[in-house]
Design a protein around this ligand. Structure first.
Ligand code: GLN
Length: 455
């Protein structure tokens, strides 16, 4: 099986999904799983499952670069908890996957290793920032993959590539060994083609970890895809999201049709007011860039990262950071530094924190009456390549539907339910209450088996 995946990876090299493929190592790992089968020993819960990991996850003894020149040649001295747990369960890590530099972006075009192409239409982007992780699964180059989702980087590329992308709630999976973008938002997420695989991977990597105190202390259950007894569901959608002027009318119609089908099946589907819609993307970009400016301060060429020729100390830092980082990362460091600076802190950072608190309060209010919230993932299907590169504000605004779950800290999944007349897929985003990953997986499997449209 590993040979087969390796062949497929070479045949699809033009997609640029992998930064590095661990050929010899994956074959060796496969041989040792074969031995276990032969000796009738348990192969492990994920024995022989072939998995790719986004290039922001540390994997001991392997390079990790966040797709940046800044970390050229850097070798991880330890493994991320999620990666370690995969390996302990018998999974075979087949390689590291391309993404936007430091996970900042929505197109997978800002990588220092070149852009990633969408396998369904190579003239379009695969989404981002975890584009390589989505493409690897969509093109059948591995069985599942890990990405990270700070503001949609798992759900949006899953949406653009027609697969499942699951972002657990904040605190479900340890972030130990995940290169930080915005620490109060970042979560590791899982890509798969079916929910069984996603549920298995989540059951293995989730749960408490001594190395990350922000993880919930409760153990994760074995997530099951069995369809829940408790039905019908009370479902909410945000009226202000569906009425948004930027939403492709065909996506809106798709959702209206979906809601009708749900109602016919006996579920309650209500549109609820959500006045904070316009504040979501601005609050997200103020808070995440602020956190990023602090997280990325360590990459100065001395403690970490790209180092040029030492001359004058201040010039040395400046040159290292100027040459080591790409444009989008620099833009965000500057924006984040600005919103935290004296005189502007109250007007931007503090205000955005207040918005975040209101978003959380309103989310709790909605979940006191409803089981799940349904939203699009993106206002449009996969962007044409290059379209967003010179219009960062347009790119940021396209994140309105995904950043909501990260601001609130709740779990959310992108399910490939629809197809657009332009031939591209689009998904439904289903959002669960705090700590309800188990319920979210179950409702997702119910939706996937009964409400796939336009295939
Ligand atoms: N597109 C969003 C951003 O650029 C999300 C990125 C992410 O989730 N890592 O910030």
């Amino acid at each position: 099986m590993v040979r087969d995946y390796l062949d497929r990876i070479s045949a699809h090299a033009s997609l640029n999904a992998f930064i590095e493929v661990y050929k010899e190592e994956a074959l060796l790992a496969a041989a040792s799983i074969d031995d276990r089968f032969r000796e009738k020993l348990p192969p492990g819960r994920l024995g022989g499952v072939v998995i790719g990991i986004k290039d922001v996850l540390c994997h001991k003894g392997h390079r990790v670069s966040a797709a940046s020149r800044m970390l050229e040649g850097y070798v991880a001295p330890y493994s991320a908890t999620a990666v370690q747990r995969l390996q302990d369960a018998g999974a075979i890590i087949i390689g590291r996957l391309n993404c936007d530099e430091f996970a900042m972006g929505s197109t997978s075009e800002t990588s220092a290793f070149g852009k990633v192409l969408n396998p369904l239409d190579p003239s379009r982007v695969p989404g981002g920032s975890s584009g390589g992780s989505a493409v690897a699964v969509a093109a059948g180059l591995c069985m599942a993959s890990l990405g990270s989702d700070t503001g949609g980087s798992v759900r949006q590329p899953a949406d653009f590539c027609g697969i499942i992308g699951f972002k657990p709630g904040y605190g479900r999976i340890s972030r130990y060994g995940l290169i930080a973008y915005a620490s109060s938002f970042d979560q590791i997420g899982v890509f798969g083609r079916n929910l069984d695989m996603v549920a298995e991977v989540l059951s293995v990597i989730g749960g408490p970890d001594d190395f990350d105190s922000t993880v919930f202390p409760t153990k994760v259950p074995d997530y099951q895809v069995t369809i829940p007894e408790k039905r019908p569901f009370n479902l909410a959608y945000l009226k202000n999201a569906l009425d948004h002027q930027g939403l492709d009318p065909e996506i809106r119609t798709g959702f209206e049709f979906f809601f009708e089908k749900l109602r016919k099946a006996g579920h309650r589907v209500d549109g609820v007011d959500f006045d904070l819609m316009e504040y979501l993307a601005p609050a997200y970009y103020v808070l995440t860039t602020a956190e990023a400016s602090s997280n990325l301060a360590r990459f100065d060429g001395i403690r970490y990262g790209y180092a040029g020729k030492p001359d004058q100390l201040v010039d040395y830092y400046r040159n290292n950071r100027s040459l080591g980082f790409g444009r989008e990362v620099k833009r965000r460091i500057m924006l984040g530094t600005f919103v935290l600076s004296s005189g502007y802190y109250e007007a931007y950072y503090t205000k955005a924190q207040r918005v975040r608190r209101l978003v959380r309060a309103r989310t709790d209010e909605i979940f006191s009456k409803y089981d799940f919230i349904i939203l699009p993932n993106s206002p449009v299907t996969a962007f044409p390549a290059g379209q967003m590169l010179n219009d960062p504000v347009a790119m940021y605004l396209a994140d309105i539907y995904t950043v909501f779950a990260n601001l609130a800290g709740v779990p959310a999944v992108s399910l490939p339910l629809f197809r657009h007349s332009n031939g591209m897929p689009f998904g439904a985003q289903v959002i669960g209450n705090h700590s309800d990953e188990a319920g979210l997986i179950q409702v997702s499997s119910y939706f996937m088996s009964n409400f796939r449209m336009g295939d």
